[in-house]
Ligand binder design. Structure first.
Ligand code: ADP
Length: 404
């Protein structure tokens, strides 16, 4: 249902990580940002909140050990101090895992909390933080509808052939072990914006979108819906990322435990926090630092970039199987929106799909600009499309709130 133009339409968007809380108040109709910020190092000795309001950046130190509920208390005070509460119509929560139960955004009630709690078993760190955020926001914003928007929902259109692991089937039926995929709001948003840019109905469009941020995933979109994606049961599967390994041989577990005496927790840290661009470069997980080092001839930085691009190109090529015809390759996320080097390297390896990069258009596409970066004689289009997950969350929340 479209939003009612006359009604207030500010939505508080909350994105709770295990030790962080990203927040923003957005106008659900225009995407204009009223305030945005990040509480980080929650639960540590030095938690803080930084926020941007009317172009001014401010940092507030929190007391030692303060966590999500305290950060939300401070946020409530900020909202009151800046008189931002009057126009709020809803709180939208980014929820990482919706399991199989949630195929779209929903108004949060007792049964939804139960569903999120159940799905949290599949992603304990994220799930627990999401539940903390919801509880704190419910206590602080009594009377405002709270809406959950799931990272997994867009991928619930995948078929069994794509989402099952070749494991004993009982692990799926009894414990929900399957591929779910993440970054769904982003893949959906950039696909719909790209369809608009190309003046093509989304439901007749076949895209492959590459969301490349600290976490990275590729999504195969056929006739506007997700038919496959590179992340799986957790956001660890698939591409090489900032600190995550992406795909590895599962036999590595046996080697690490029996030969090197690793514990399960150490393996989890190794694969999630010490691998990817950081693990190979031994410099940083930050793509900018690695690109700068590569330019000065740092061999490991060059290798990290080459591996990142090779693995990404390989995954994109594999997704031609489910979609068969590619209308556009989409780059998004901090790396996808800004790194001309990575886009160019990937497109070069995919020349056999009819892709070809326009050097100048590729260089120009950065800092939030959208546009076509393929050359005039390319047979397949490549675009850069800035993502805006917060806006999707705000729009869904506003729409559901107005239906109440
Ligand atoms: P998150 O997944 O945390 O939302 P982002 O989407 O903001 O992360 O992406 C962060 C990544 O984007 C980092 O690796 C960062 O180095 C990279 N990035 C940001 N700006 C640039 C740039 N100008 N060139 C290359 N990489 C960039």
């Amino acid at each position: 249902m479209p939003l009612q133009p006359s009604s207030p339409h500010h939505v508080l968007v909350l994105n709770c990580g295990s030790s962080s809380l990203k927040f923003a108040i957005l106008d659900a109709q225009t995407s204009d940002e009223v305030i945005s910020g990040l509480a980080e190092r929650l639960g540590s000795d030095t938690p803080s909140i930084k926020y941007k309001f009317q172009g001014k950046k401010t940092v507030v130190e929190l007391d030692k050990g303060q966590a999500h509920a305290n950060a939300i208390d401070t946020l409530v005070k900020l909202i009151k101090d800046h008189s931002l509460a009057e126009n709020l119509i809803a709180v939208g929560h980014r929820v990482v895992h919706g399991g199989e139960h949630f195929t779209k955004s929903v108004l949060i009630d007792e049964s939804v909390i139960e569903g999120i709690t159940k799905a949290a078993a599949l992603a304990p760190l994220h799930g627990h933080a999401n539940l903390l955020g919801i509880a704190a926001a419910q206590a602080s914003f009594k009377g405002l509808p709270q809406i959950a928007v799931f990272d997994t929902a867009f991928h619930q259109t995948m078929e069994q052939v794509a989402y099952l692991y070749a494991l004993p089937y009982k692990l799926y039926t009894d414990y929900g072990v399957r591929r779910y995929g993440f970054h769904g709001t982003s893949h959906y948003y950039v696909a719909s914006q790209t369809a608009k840019l190309l003046e093509k109905p989304l439901e007749h469009s076949n895209f492959i979108s590459a969301h490349l941020g600290n976490g990275c995933s590729v999504c195969a979109i056929k006739n506007g819906i997700s038919v496959d994606t590179s992340m799986g049961l957790t956001p660890l599967e698939g591409l090489m990322m900032g600190t995550r390994s992406g795909d590895i041989d599962p036999g590595l577990f046996n080697f690490l435990t029996t030969q090197l005496d690793y514990s399960a927790a150490q393996i989890d840290d190794l694969l999630n926090k010490e691998s990817g661009l950081l693990g190979i470069s031994e410099l940083s997980n930050d793509c900018r630092t690695i690109e700068d080092a590569a330019v000065t001839g740092n061999k490991r930085a060059m290798l990290a970039l080459d591996m990142f691009c090779y693995r990404l190109a390989k995954q994109i090529a594999a997704f031609m199987v489910p979609i068969q015809r590619l209308d556009a390759l989409i780059f998004t996320g901090g790396i996808g929106e800004n790194s001309d080097i990575i886009r160019q390297k990937v497109i070069k390896q995919l020349a056999f799909l009819g892709l070809d990069c326009d050097e100048q258009a590729n260089l120009n596409a950065r800092f939030g600009s959208e546009g076509i970066i393929s050359s005039a004689h390319a047979n397949t289009t490549a675009v850069v499309m800035p993502t805006n997950e917060e806006w999707v969350i705000a729009r869904d929340a506003a729409t559901i709130a107005q239906e109440q």
